[in-house]
Ligand binder design. Structure first.
Ligand SMILES: Cc1cc2nc3c(=O)[nH]c(=O)nc-3n(C[C@H](O)[C@H](O)[C@H](O)COP(=O)(O)OP(=O)(O)OC[C@H]3O[C@@H](n4cnc5c(N)ncnc54)[C@H](O)[C@@H]3O)c2cc1C
Length: 480
């Protein structure tokens, strides 16, 4: 937990502005924006997508909505209330860096190809996370995607699922949620393959009874799988996928007994949980929280989402606690804390809201810790890659190219990057970074926190956009 921080210690001009900028228009960012804007605080929300909503409340396009109706109506209400409260909303806008004085964000509008500086007095980073992949033979097949993308195709984009079959592979409770979404959308699920063994009845797994609502949700998913004849297999490791005429053949190693299982289907969703979109926090030198088995960067935050940097908050999935409800709890608490800094403690209602959300966040954190232990993945759970496996899809680097380089550099990821170009492509290591970290760690167990270091721009942006930002006359500011 971060130490108690001083209230605003900036110039009087800044105190007068109290402009709050929120990166990410998902459930966390929206809840924070609503909490602040309804009390008259000036709020700007920046999101790279065409509309607000983030992962959970992702919007259907206008055409799809007209055709099949709205999706997650509570999200529609939340987004429209935030819009009505007069927040400045920058969509199609990606935060690719921070100014040298660390007081403004560098933001590119992808439609205009133009960058802007957005000043902030308070910054709430609610940038969520993205799904973790681990390569296997032919993972570049167009029939292979993440569970989130598979779910999005059939739910948000409402792509006709008739005749579609799929298998879900990886680890985490998210696989069950996605399986449930797929079944509801008419997809036939040919099996769920969990890498670990969380569903055995053990003394530890019985602690789930202390989270009755979550238990009920799990039983609901489990019953849905059962009643739709979906087999849930634990302890299976995906080895390879072969494309067939109208689908795929996936081969798994059963970790106990070593036998192989072959399953045919049409699509495959594979993911091993989430990696935080932590670039902004890392570049701001926010202190790191507890280390995780993948070595991902999670910030050290207190219950209000305050980081070690003054006036910088991190909430929702980027702070390590998954699920849309916990993101919203974090959003409300960070909003309440900023209101307290700006306006002082006011009224019983505000204290009551804070207390309820505070208690709720303790509950969510305990549950997150329980899940982390239940689905614990170890390095041995991942196989070493066969030489012909494509490791970096953007730059076309194969696993075989790693051998010589790794023996020269030990665990220096920057060296591996420079020598092989792994992680230098469009996605900047989003797809391959975790996998490379696992491979390096398996080879050099004593290496500390392997991972690519974060550089500005976080993602490729138009060069003209950066040049224009440097020219005084074209310099735009969005300020509170
Ligand atoms: C398909 C799917 C189904 C899910 N189902 C469930 C479920 O049933 N129950 C549940 O509890 N959870 C579910 N989840 C998880 C849930 O969506 C997340 O826990 C929740 O959305 C996290 O909220 P957040 O506000 O922290 O981040 P997000 O919702 O991830 O929002 C973050 C936003 O920030 C944007 N962003 C990130 N970096 C930048 C940047 N540099 N510049 C600009 N914008 C940026 C992202 O594009 C995104 O729009 C699901 C997730 C997916 C993908």
């Amino acid at each position: 937990m971060a130490d108690e921080l001083e209230p605003l210690g900036r110039s009087s001009e800044m105190k007068a502005n109290n402009h709050v900028v929120i990166i990410g228009g998902g459930p966390g960012g929206l809840a924070a924006a609503k909490t602040l804007a309804r009390k008259g605080v000036s709020v700007t929300i920046i999101d790279e997508n065409p509309d607000l909503g983030g992962q959970y409340y992702r919007r259907r396009t206008k055409g799809t909505t007209e055709l099949v109706g709205d999706y997650r109506v509570d999200g529609t209400h939340l987004i429209s209330s935030v819009k009505k409260l007069g927040c400045t909303i920058l969509t199609d806008s990606y935060v690719w860096g921070i100014s040298n004085d660390k007081r403004s964000l560098l933001v590119e509008n992808s439609l205009l190809g133009k960058s802007t500086r957005v000043n902030f007095d308070f910054l709430i980073v609610a940038s969520g996370g993205h799904e973790i992949q681990y390569p296997f033979t032919n993972w570049q097949s167009t029939k292979v995607m993440t569970p989130g993308m598979l779910s999005r195709l059939v739910t948000v984009d409402a792509i006709e699922p008739n005749g579609r079959r799929a298998i879900l592979v990886g680890s985490g409770p998210f696989l069950l949620a996605v399986t449930s979404h797929l079944i509801d959308s008419g997809v036939v699920v040919d099996g769920v393959f969990e890498l670990t063994r969380p569903y055995r009845l053990t003394v530890f797994s019985m602690l789930a009874v202390f989270f009755p609502a979550k238990c009920a949700q799990f039983l609901h998913y489990r019953f849905k799988l059962f009643s739709n004849g979906v087999k849930l297999t634990q302890g299976s490791r995906l080895r390879s996928v072969q494309d067939s005429y109208d689908g795929i053949t996936a081969t798994f190693d059963k970790r106990s007994g070593g036998e192989q299982v072959v399953v045919e289907s049409q699509l495959l969703g594979v993911g091993y949980g989430f990696k935080p979109n932590s670039e902004v926090l890392e570049i701001l030198n926010v202190e790191r929280g507890e280390s995780t088995s993948f070595g991902h960067f999670y910030p050290r935050v207190d219950r209000y989402g305050r980081t070690s940097q003054q006036n910088v908050f991190a909430i929702g999935e980027v702070s390590g606690i998954e699920g849309f409800k916990s993101a919203m709890v974090g959003g409300v608490l960070s909003g309440q804390r900023i209101l307290r800094d700006i306006k002082g403690v006011k009224g019983f209602a505000s204290m009551y809201v804070t207390l309820v959300h505070y208690l709720r966040s303790i509950y969510e954190e305990l549950f997150a810790k329980f899940l982390k232990k239940l689905y614990r993945i170890d390095l041995e759970d991942f196989p070493l890659l066969d030489p012909e496996v494509l490791l970096c899809r953007c730059e076309g680097v194969y696993a075989s190219e790693l051998d010589g380089v790794l023996s020269q550099c030990e665990s220096d990821m920057a060296y591996v990057k420079a020598e092989t170009r792994i992680g230098m492509g469009l996605c900047q290591g989003r797809m391959c970074g975790t996998a490379l970290g696992i491979i390096v760690k398996k080879k050099y167990p004593k290496s500390i926190s392997p991972g690519f270091s974060i550089r500005i721009p976080f993602r490729p942006v138009a060069i003209g956009s950066i040049i224009a930002l440097e020219s005084e006359e074209n310099r735009d500011y969005i300020d509170g």
